[in-house]
Ligand binder design. Structure first.
Ligand code: IPD
Ligand code: CA
Ligand code: CA
Ligand code: CA
Length: 285
């Protein structure tokens, strides 16, 4: 039979192809989406292209790996989400899919969205693929084998990087009380940073942290599909990912700080703590 390494390579190949196929749909329809629906909060949108990309990726997974589970943003049920907390067997593979990370950019015609596919074995991410279809940037990682951008090895900024020399990136959650808490964190960190960016896609921010283009990224209350792939990519690039209180990151996600590690990570954590921007249980509801 195939070795575990061969299986991961095969998975990565299917994930890459599916992400690139979905990417073509995204670029073709950018700024032209017809059916735009809200998902509860007015700033939380979904289009027919999000759904079409998710369907396409699911189909590709089912063709190649009929026994794997799929958790996609636009079709997952709460029971499927709960499986992320369960103790699973080594034969249990789950594809965690964000068909368009950056839907608001996509709807507005800003050319910044990615397809994110993280593949977990027994709830530990083993393969991560993030594809930016506008630029052709393809970020990939397999556990234990490093992180790559278009096949070239990438690494985070040196861990001794000071906040004053690093670009910080942030995202703004859709729910108003959470966004207000997030703004307190941004106010606390921004004065010390070289600059601040908010590109509208968590997976791309994290991939840029992995590639040393950004020093760190933080946001409250992310979802598994926002971060599964890029979490592995950051770690395989030598970076650090925790929640915003410094505790280990979980696949269920929530508040995330991804960085080049070292003192910069600790410094941001302490600024966030002072600003009381570490995440609250009530935010998650
Ligand atoms: C969103 C993006 C955005 C972040 C939001 C996410 P979506 O994902 O990653 O940058 O600020 O919190 O929900 O909805 O575009 O897939
Ligand atoms: Ca969404
Ligand atoms: Ca997302
Ligand atoms: Ca999405």
């Amino acid at each position: 039979g195939a070795s575990p390494e061969d299986l991961k390579m095969e998975i990565e190949g299917v994930a890459k192809k599916a992400a690139m196929e979905a990417g073509r749909l995204i670029v073709a329809a950018s700024g032209k989406a017809q059916n735009v629906e809200t998902k509860g909060v007015r700033s939380d949108l979904v289009t027919e292209v999000d759904k079409a990309c998710e369907d396409l990726i699911k189909q590709r997974v089912q063709e190649s790996f009929p026994d794997h589970s799929i958790l996609g943003e636009e079709t997952s049920t709460s029971e499927e989400l709960e499986r992320l907390d369960a103790t699973l067997a080594d034969s249990d593979w789950t594809w965690i899919v964000d068909p368009i990370d950056g839907t608001l950019n996509f709807v507005g015609g800003l050319p910044l969205s990615v397809v994110s596919i993280g593949v977990a074995k027994a709830n530990r991410v083993e393969v991560g693929v993030v594809f930016n279809p506008y630029s052709g940037e393809l970020f990939t990682a397999r556990r234990g084998e490093g992180a790559f951008l278009n096949g070239e090895r990438i690494s985070v900024l040196p861990p001794e990087t000071e906040l004053e020399d690093g670009a910080v990136s942030v995202g703004f959650p859709s729910k108003r009380p959470v966004r207000e808490r997030m703004l307190r964190g941004v106010s606390a960190v921004a004065p010390h940073a070289r600059t601040v960016r908010a590109l509208g896609t968590a997976a791309l921010h994290m991939s840029y942290v992995a590639a040393g283009k950004l020093a760190c990224f933080f946001e409250l209350n992310l979802k598994p599909w926002d971060v599964a792939a890029a979490w592995l990519i950051v770690e395989e690039a030598g970076g650090r990912v925790t929640d915003m209180a410094g505790k280990p990151m979980r696949l269920r996600a929530g508040p995330i700080l991804a960085s080049c590690g070292g003192q910069l990570h600790e410094r941001v954590l302490s600024l966030l703590r002072e600003a009381e921007c570490t995440g609250e249980e009530s935010d998650l509801r």
